[in-house]
Design a protein around this ligand. Sequence first.
Ligand code: ADP
Ligand code: MG
Length: 745
Amino acid sequence: MSQALSVPVDGMHCASCAMTIQKTLTKLNGVVDCQVNFGNEKAKITFDPDQTNLKDLNKAIEPFGYSLNLNGIDRLHKLEELNKQRNKLIFVLPITLMVFIIMIWEIAAQTFEGFPSFFIPMEIFQVILLIISTIILFWIGLDFLKEVVAFAKYKVANMYTLVGIGTLTAYLYSALIVLLPSLKTQLNLPEMVYFDVVIVVIGFIYFGKYLEARSKLRTGEAIEKLLNLQSKTALVEIDGKELKVLIENVKVGDLIIVKPGSKIPVDGIILEGKSSIDESMITGESMPIDKTINDKVIGGTINKYGAFKFLASKVGSETLLARIIQMVDEAQGSKAPIQGLADKISAIFVPIVLIISIITLLVWIIIGSQFLPFSQALSIALLCFVGVLVIACPCALGLATPTAIIVGTGKGAENGILIKNAESLEKLHKVNIIVTDKTGTITKGEPEVSDVSILNTFLNEREALKVLATLEKNSEHPIAKAILKKANLTEFYKVSDFEVIEGKGVKAIINDEEYFAGNFKLLEDLKIDFNTLEIDKYTNQGKTPVILANKNNSLAIVTVADALKDNSKSTIQKLHKLGIKIVMLTGDNKKTADYIAKEAGIDEVIAEVLPNEKANKIKELQSKNYVVAMIGDGINDAPALAQADIGIAMGSGTDIAIESAEITLLNGDFSKVLQAIKLSKFTMSAIKQNLFWAFAYNIIGIPIAAGLLYPFFGILLNPIFAGLAMALSSVSVVSNSLRLKRIKI
Ligand code: ADP
Ligand code: MG
């Protein structure tokens, strides 16, 4: 039996690191699968615990400078790391900026006549820079140098290797010039030194990495918020006394006391009292909800005014909140298909950049010296070599998709939209047809009896309702609830052999006689004649007739009507504007369904469908090249939800089948569908922007850094600007993803 674990990884710098770790671990004995995500810095490892363990896996990647964080306390740990980085920055940043300004000054002095030269003589200044750059390179830049060593030893490279090779080359060359002036004259080497490049590049990239890490931490804030919703203690009533108990020790069946203004600790059912409860933090529903005896409460929500006692029904990892947190965490770590290309490129990016940089160096020395004096060609060769190495940015490629996915799924969760994985979020924006259930999705799902009509003198109205209510007592269908409410009985007839006839109705034996309740299909099956006109009268008004019958006769018709939800119509209009077609799929009567569909503005109705045929209807639509989203309650419609490209479950209360659908809308609000689709569209466009910029940046940046523009326009990119660009590129990708937090969906 293999086991799947999601483990935080330390020491990753870019997408290449993720690929290296992934490749290394996948090759090991006992590892079935491994996915490393640079976005949330976690590795999802499926392995056989009999053959290997996390310690061994860790050993395999340690030589490359990575480690699995087996303690799992990753956020605190990252904050600590960030603090350390910030302390170093307080020292590095002012120096970097000073040197940067002096460099600009020097460039200006060389370019504009009359611009005064810098006030410290170059010879002294060079020595000062030598000292500073030594400190910066071997202290701040140590991580880069380590990767150069790892590269020499193991032939694995990442973004830090590139920066390391670039800055080390610039440093060594410059040190040679300053320390061995005789060699310089002997070899006719250029006068230029590049200490400033070393300092500024390392300073900027270090700063960029710091900003990137900080923003990345912010992308994960949604889960942090959810975690903070969990209460630490609960007030439990034990032998009539109130006792404060740690949340870990609360058991199913405990009687829990909730005071006004306090947090509900776990999921349960109210036994005593009533109150108004703010569930916005979980379901995204902004209005407080009135709750009383027998109503369900959700752990993590806030009790407003009243006081009540409830029976704990779900605790620990079983609570809705715990399941949501787990789902969001998994979704944030999952990979979107759109990331595939970026991943493939990341895997070969660093070696390719290394090769390009070496070609650049050689071309400038060999071919450049044909046209330019050797010392000038060498100086350009060095500048371009370093420039290519420090401008190449695999991190932007690696961050483009995952950061947007993390923010997108997090934002969804804050709005009561739970997304199972990145792939679902990606697919959702392509949906062009939404198939919806009727009851409870488009309509309120709380049908009420509107007419009772007696067809046969065999039973009077009171008796007919009592027989019906007795029949429906054991049914879960909303129709049954409506009938029971109307009958309003405390005592029923004796009933046995209750059976559900799928998609048609119910039957049972009452007082030794077999009774049926259901739709006209049921009557057809029973070969009982009925008055079609009578039924049409109701269906034409959008009501669902339920016919009570015994073996031989129809006895009564009771009609049930379910009002449209307030926002169904407006939501459907907005979905139409997005170019999405809406289809209603129901087991109900065609005429009833048509009436409601017309009222709601639905495009097409597929009615009188038996539950087991629903999935086939979805398949038919898919074969017409529609990308189908199916909305249902997630319990009865499971096969259809599974068949659809995107299954959207509408939940309410705590009985939410989160795991059954790609997307779960927590407060059973149809308008959330629109929000979910918008979220998907915004997230996908952020990803596409990110990927575009990340690719464009590298495709344009590398040739410019290589000096391609010099022969034509005389433009050379100083490596300090390459370093600056590199620092900005990944920061801007993460910032663009963070922008998703503020958009209105
Ligand atoms: P849907 O979820 O679209 O309403 P169902 O398969 O649940 O589809 O039900 C289809 C039809 O079967 C209902 O419209 C109703 O006419 C009949 N039916 C189902 N359950 C019952 C019930 N408990 N009592 C009476 N009629 C029922
Ligand atoms: Mg149903």
